[in-house]
Design a protein around this ligand. Structure first.
Ligand SMILES: Nc1ncnc2c1ncn2[C@@H]1O[C@H](COP(=O)(O)OP(=O)(O)OP(=O)(O)O)[C@@H](O)[C@H]1O
Ligand SMILES: [Mg+2]
Length: 381
């Protein structure tokens, strides 16, 4: 049990990759026909993008794989110098005993746009004997230069429930283990809630087996914990409440638990943004501050900042926003009663128009006055 299953059971051939039959079959066919192309696989985390590219490179390079492939993690090595020096250096070397060198670049969406521009030049210059295989979580962050016509983009979506089940059952079988059906369903619920992230689901599978079989933890508790770590169930509202009351020890603990459970900083920032956007008891003023802090924090993490620090900073922002706006983020007395405001505004407008207001006028006039009346501004919530 001492080895992480996610590494131990990394697929050894493309046939072992689950959930992406169409993309995998089509890539294999291209290799069979000798139609090699630069590739970018885009999609959510933990779904097999890097694994597929490595296995594809093995199929192409066969026993020369070791000498002719190079791997760069672009989120660690994201600046222009890496492209100018390291990547260009590797791309310029002639293949050894094969027709191609293959450079695999993980997470190119983490590279600066300057570096992506430079990469375009490198791809153009060395494309005759070097294939560039890339992955990205957000293909919209990969500028046209890299993701454009020189490179074929394939989508690798979330791993679906049945495919996750197939892989989890295979791993249990290989390990000579089993779990009750309802625990397996709870793991699959967890996997689905995390956008088909098979990596974190395999990690939770291993933890579930340790807890249930060895630590003899009650399975209802294990299910509860899986629910707690489901991304749709991230305790964002609790974190915000504690933060707005200044209880940062508790907030930090929750952030740490989320990170340890495999939630990426991107997912946590995204959950906070989604939560804040639709919350009707958070003022526009606080929403704007927090959404900006989410964008900055996520960007800083992509540049290498520590997620835990950035997330704590984001939470401080809730407390700050509450103070600056002279109200607690969740102060119920500050809750905006939109219907009441609409009634007040429509009453005001009626009296301004000499009581002659129809629906159309109400709408027109309320938007016309929304810039300078704080009460009316809140109508835009
Ligand atoms: N489709 C899959 N089939 C089989 N195993 C998978 C699959 N997806 C993920 N895994 C498991 O998860 C591990 C991590 O997958 P991988 O690194 O390829 O994900 P990724 O999509 O590149 O993630 P990221 O976007 O975070 O880089 C693999 O080693 C493997 O154990
Ligand atoms: Mg990857």
């Amino acid at each position: 049990m001492e080895v992480m299953w996610v590494d131990k059971h990394k697929p050894e051939s493309l046939d072992e990759v689950v959930g992406h039959d169409y993309a995998v079959e089509s890539l294999k066919e291209m290799v069979d026909q000798g139609l090699y192309d630069h590739l970018i696989l885009s999609g959510p985390p933990g779904t097999g993008k890097t694994t597929i590219l490595e296995l594809l490179a093995k199929e192409i390079l066969k026993d020369t794989f070791k000498h002719n492939h190079f791997m760069f993690n672009s989120s660690d090595e994201r600046g222009i110098d890496v492209v100018r020096e390291d990547i260009t250096d590797k791309a310029s070397q002639s293949p050894m005993g094969a027709d191609w060198k293959i450079i695999i670049m993980d997470e190119v969406d983490g590279m600066t746009s300057e570096a992506q521009q430079a990469l375009r030049g490198t791809i153009e210059e060395y494309q005759d004997n070097c294939l560039f295989f890339m992955t990205a979580n957000f293909s919209n962050k990969v500028i046209d230069a890299v993701g454009g016509s020189r490179v074929t983009e394939r989508k690798i979506g979330p791993v679906d429930r049945d495919s996750m089940r197939e892989r989890l059952e295979y791993i249990l079988d290989q390990e000579g283990q089993n779990l009750p059906d309802d625990l397996m369903e709870a793991l699959l619920d967890y996997g689905e809630s995390r956008n088909g992230d098979l990596r974190s689901t395999i990690k939770r599978l291993q933890i579930a087996v340790i807890d249930y079989k060895y630590a003899e933890v009650d399975k209802e508790r294990i299910k509860e914990e899986l629910k707690y770590f489901s991304s749709s169930k991230m305790p964002i509202n609790k974190m915000i409440k504690f933060a707005s009351k200044g209880n940062f020890t508790k907030v930090d603990k929750m952030i740490r638990r989320l990170i340890v459970s495999g939630a990426s900083h991107g997912e946590i920032f995204e959950e906070v943004s989604n939560y804040v956007l639709i919350a009707d008891d958070i003022s526009d003023h606080v929403k704007a501050n927090v959404l900006e802090a989410c964008a900055r924090g996520s960007d800083a993490c992509n540049r290498g900042a520590r997620p835990r620090t950035q997330l704590n900073y984001l939470m401080v922002n809730f407390a700050d926003s509450g103070r600056k706006g002279k109200r607690d983020v969740f102060d119920d007395s500050q809750r905006i009663d939109k219907d009441q405001i609409k009634k007040n505004v429509s009453g005001k407008l009626k009296s301004m128009n000499g009581g002659n207001s129809d629906k159309k006028n109400d709408k027109k006039n309320s938007s016309a006055s929304s810039g300078d009346d704080n009460t009316v501004t809140n109508l835009k919530l």
